[in-house]
Design a protein around this ligand. Structure first.
Ligand SMILES: C[S@@+](CC[C@H](N)C(=O)[O-])C[C@H]1O[C@@H](n2cnc3c(N)ncnc32)[C@H](O)[C@@H]1O
Length: 193
């Protein structure tokens, strides 16, 4: 049966072992992406943040994981992070309350990725930044990952870099993307005017 929130049930079960199995996020790429923010990043929200691997890689004062799987938020707290159970499509945070939103290897698992991007844009402060790290389904490795995830039973919906760039722009952010092999990063900055 399709999970309206995305692939959360599987992640709930995998949370205990996730840190042993998951690929390590590219901290340098994330730091470089964050430098596009037009304000100091002191409060960061890691959406679909799982056990908090993306947030943990960054030296930001306040780091909060928001994830729909209870097992993941429990593990993120064990890892020393603040964590809330939440659907990415309706983040329980006030408008303009965070400096940056990170979404690493997670957007393709969300039940409603379009609303998730809008929700991220809403919570950003002026000058704040959305950073999305994704897999390019038009690359060979990306196609293999996509096929593998569907075989495994995930509902993953992957976006090509230009498609995701448009989605981020449609949410009112100034979007840019950079591709490196099968992985890419889209950043969307909220105007501070
Ligand atoms: C592949 S994991 C990535 C975790 C983390 N960002 C990382 O890089 O290690 C995808 C995460 O998205 C979460 N997720 C799936 N659907 C979600 C939703 N609708 N809202 C919030 N989180 C969701 C899953 O529970 C899981 O923790």
């Amino acid at each position: 049966m399709t999970d309206p929130l995305g692939d959360t049930a599987t992640f709930d079960r995998a949370a205990r072992f996730y840190d042993l199995l998951a690929p390590t996020p590219d901290a340098e790429e994330l730091r470089e992406a964050l430098s596009f923010a037009d304000r100091e990043v002191e409060r960061l929200l890691d959406v679909g943040g799982g056990t908090g691997r993306g947030a943990s890689a960054l030296g930001v004062r306040e780091r909060i994981v928001a994830d729909a799987a209870a097992g993941m938020t429990r593990q993120a707290r064990r890892n020393g992070l603040e964590a809330v159970r939440a659907d990415a499509a309706s983040l329980p945070f006030a408008d303009e309350s965070v400096d940056a939103v990170l979404v690493v290897d997670a957007l393709h698992h969300f039940g409603d990725p379009e609303r998730a991007v809008e929700s991220a844009a809403r919570v950003l402060r002026p000058g704040g930044l959305l950073v999305v790290r994704e897999i390019d389904p038009t690359s060979l490795v990306g196609r293999l990952v996509e096929g593998g995830e569907h075989l495994y039973g995930f509902d993953s919906k992957f976006f090509a870099p230009d498609e995701l760039g448009r989605l981020v722009a449609d949410a009112g952010l100034d979007a840019k993307f950079r591709s490196r092999g099968f992985e890419y990063t889209v950043v969307g900055r909220k105007s501070d005017e």
